[in-house]
Ligand binder design. Structure first.
Ligand code: CO
Length: 297
């Protein structure tokens, strides 16, 4: 028995190729004066044009923000001299490619190199039967070798059809964990490096949501929002993707009722910088395949 059906491998490869193309185009747009929203919308439009859809909203996390940041509908924030993590997810028939690069406008190249070195070491180590803690140890060592700290409470993760976040968990530190990578798993490996203490907490901004328990609602605005939310196939979506002037109220109601879950921005301490590098790999019977290869060439 092979690890992946041939058509599944083809979908993953296609998702990876689309993602690589869109990432290269989008990262080239990031420069001072350009808005986060311009880049996010460009990337999201391109993903929809080339593939079946987004696996999650484009994440643009600047400076101490590490993850789950995406512009609001009316957001006019521009890039300045920051450290920009650009994280994009593409799916083809539900099969997900998830990757991230860091665009450095802050003149801190060693921090970017720390995350990229860590990713290269992790991908090199990964394979069927390899304990996830061993991959984490490689990540930690590579980041520390550049004089920085990995973010310990963020980790890589498996992806499955229409599921952007599943087992196995791949830590960004050398933990003693016996879980091993298995053939048939698609895994997003994503080291984060920082000049902070290596721990993110939740910020107050929340722009990314996910349908977690679909059931009927009485309120008309919430019901209309829920109808649109179902179109995302259970994948995370941005508040700005909903076509309603009363989106905020609808999402608040749906969250209160446990129908929708919000993902607050995850950030390090103020004044710190965070870099990220991410690939999605397929674990095969005797090896691995990087479906987003080419991103860091
Ligand atoms: Co990602």
């Amino acid at each position: 028995m092979t690890a992946f059906a041939p058509d599944v491998v083809e979908s993953y490869r296609e998702a990876g190729e689309i993602l690589t193309t869109v990432m290269e185009e989008s990262r080239a747009m990031i420069e001072p004066g350009v808005t986060h929203l311009e880049v996010a919308e460009y990337a999201e439009d391109r993903v929809r044009e080339l593939g079946d859809g987004l696996a999650f909203p484009v994440n643009i996390s600047v400076d101490e923000a590490a993850s789950h940041a995406t512009p609001a509908r009316d957001d006019d924030t521009t890039f300045d001299d920051g450290m920009v993590c650009l994280d994009i997810g593409v799916h083809v028939d539900g099969y997900i490619a998830d990757a991230a690069v860091t665009v450095d406008l802050s003149d801190t190249p060693e921090l970017v190199a720390a995350a990229e070195d860590a990713l290269a070491a992790a991908v090199e180590t990964a394979g069927p039967g390899v304990p996830v803690g061993e991959i984490g140890a490689e990540i930690e060592a590579a980041i520390e070798a550049r004089g920085y700290t990995p973010i310990y409470n963020l980790s890589g993760h498996g992806v499955q059809q229409y599921d952007a976040h599943t087992e196995p968990n791949v830590p960004n530190r050398g933990v003693d964990r016996s879980v091993e990578l298995e053939p048939g798993q698609a895994v997003a490996i994503e080291p984060f490096a920082t000049d902070g203490r290596g721990k993110v907490g939740e910020g107050s901004t929340e722009e990314i949501f996910e349908l977690v328990a679909d059931r009927s609602v009485r309120n008309r605005t919430a019901r209309q929002a829920l109808e649109q939310i179902r179109e995302f196939d259970g994948l995370p979506f941005a508040a700005r993707a909903l076509d309603s002037s009363r989106t905020e109220m609808a999402l608040r109601r749906l969250s209160q009722q446990g129908i929708v879950k919000g993902y607050p921005v995850l950030k390090e301490s103020d004044g710190t910088l965070v870099s990220q590098a991410e690939h999605t790999i397929l674990v095969t019977e005797d090896s691995t395949e990087v479906i987003t290869a080419g991103l860091f060439d």
